[in-house]
Design a protein around this ligand. Structure first.
Ligand SMILES: [Zn+2]
Length: 175
């Protein structure tokens, strides 16, 4: 049995209360995710794993850190953001419990639960920033990002004071 996340558990099997911790760093074995963003093959995946022997099997708890990349769903700019997910899965001894995962021989294979948790955590409609203005519907160009236009901001407090006394200054730019 091989795989990037196949972990031996022989030394804690059938010994409830025993626990092992593993810190792993590995390249993601294949592209995970099919949407606008995905975790690329070869992206580093860090797994902080705790395996606990319990009566029914091996309880795996892991903190996962990697990175997704792709494009903003509004303006199509390239984006990349960290992914942090925690999982907990019981790997039951064969035939003992109805669970999704079983201890196989003397190993557990975390790849499926790790991949599923990461893929589920990916944003369905990723954006480069929460207020991304998207593309101009007429030209298809990226709209300028509103960071506060210089004209609208007082240069210093003296100008602010003047603007406060300008009639209708708040309504000038509004329809
Ligand atoms: Zn965007």
């Amino acid at each position: 049995m091989t795989g990037p996340l196949v972990i031996p558990v022989r030394d804690i099997m059938y010994r409830p209360g025993e626990m092992r911790e593993h810190d792993l760093a590995l390249p993601v074995p294949e592209k995970w995710g099919e949407g606008l963003v995905s975790v690329a093959q070869g992206e580093e995946l860090v797994v902080r794993l705790r395996l606990e022997s319990v009566h029914e099997g091996i309880l795996a708890t892991a903190e996962l850190d990697t990175r997704y990349s792709g494009v903003c769903g509004r303006c199509l700019t390239d984006i990349a953001e960290p992914v942090e997910v925690e999982i907990q899965e019981l790997f039951a001894y064969s035939g003992s419990e109805e669970t999704d995962f079983e201890v196989q021989d003397d190993h557990v294979d975390l790849e499926t639960p790790v991949r599923d948790a990461i893929v589920l955590s990916l944003p369905f409609q990723p954006v480069c920033q929460p207020d991304c203005p998207g593309l101009d519907p007429a030209t298809g160009e990226r709209l300028a990002v509103s960071t506060g236009s210089p004209q609208g901001e007082p240069i210093d407090s003296r100008w602010a004071a003047l603007q406060d006394y300008t009639p209708d200054h708040d309504t000038d730019a509004r329809p």
